[in-house]
Write a protein that binds this ligand. Structure first.
Ligand code: ADP
Length: 271
């Protein structure tokens, strides 16, 4: 049985603890807000000069030949890598803070595939890769163009990164009842079955974390998964070690006029 003084002391201690907790929460919110503000300002300040850099190097690429053109392409490629990295960090921040707003519109799947492949052309050529694309122009999804671009850029960048020189990457899309299944297949090292569920976790990279044979932050697939799910879709990998990997994205399909669903379609283009 507690005495009155002991009860009062306990109550006072409880009050002090609650106050401490309240202050800690407020401090956490303040630090979180600072972090958000910093990422948003830093991203804005980095994105603008980067866009100018990318624009001018594209002009330089088109207007030059020989070694000058090669150098302009290298600058453009590295600026694009930076842009993709900033996109991933900003998207992650927006996801965490609930600030990510998708701008849905009818999107032609072939057009996002074409844009993604075109922007990676330099790396594809450097590694003598061949990208074969089988995407029918009649396939449409309802999505956010910029965010679908980020998803595909991440998957394609990995396929390029992990493909041995001279190999083939195939991008295919087909309709399955009311969905579009978009797949990117590479002939890379593949991913062991026990690692496959973990590659969609933040910062996860397959293999020895100290070896870091390939660069990257281990964020691309985590962001892609979150974005696919916001589109009402699903992402998964099919892979056998030493036999390559196929990353699949399934998205709800719409008709080319922006409504309803259609039957099975396929088509073929070689990049
Ligand atoms: P990052 O590529 O920046 O490391 P990701 O989230 O895109 O991060 O990928 C996570 C990990 O999944 C990679 O580090 C790699 O180990 C593995 N991975 C992703 N794509 C492939 C692929 N096409 N082939 C083999 N491994 C892959």
């Amino acid at each position: 049985m507690l005495t009155l003084t002991a009860e009062v002391d306990l109550e006072r201690e409880n009050l002090a603890l609650r106050e401490e907790l309240r202050r800690a929460r407020a401090e956490l919110r303040r630090v979180d807000q600072l972090k958000r503000d910093f990422i948003s300002v830093a991203a804005h300040e980095l994105r603008n000069p980067l866009a100018i850099l990318l624009g001018y190097t594209r002009i330089l690429e088109n207007e030059s030949t020989g070694s000058i053109r090669d150098r302009a392409e290298t600058v453009a490629l590295n600026a694009l890598r930076l842009k993709n990295l900033i996109d991933v960090i900003v998207t992650l921040q927006q996801l965490d803070s609930g600030e990510l707003a998708l701008r849905f519109e009818p999107i032609q799947v072939a057009s996002i595939v074409e844009d993604a492949v075109e922007s990676r052309q330099r790396e594809i050529t450097d590694k003598s890769l061949q990208v074969e694309s089988q995407v029918n122009e009649e396939l449409f999804v309802r999505g956010d163009r910029e965010r679908l671009g980020i998803i595909l850029a991440n998957i394609l960048a990995n396929a390029i990164k992990y493909s041995p020189r001279g190999e083939q990457i195939s991008v295919h899309a087909a309709s399955e009842s009311s969905r579009v299944i978009l797949g990117v297949r590479d002939c890379g090292p593949g991913i062991p079955p026990e690692e496959q569920p973990r590659i969609f976790d933040r910062f996860y990279q397959v293999g020895d974390p100290h070896a870091r044979r390939q660069n990257g932050l281990g964020l691309g697939l985590a962001v892609s998964k979150a974005l696919v799910e916001l589109h009402g879709g699903r992402i998964w990998v099919e892979s056998v070690p030493n036999q390559g990997s196929t990353f699949n994205v399934s998205l709800p399909r719409i008709a080319p006029n922006g409504q309803g669903t259609l039957g099975s379609l396929s088509g073929s283009v070689i990049f």
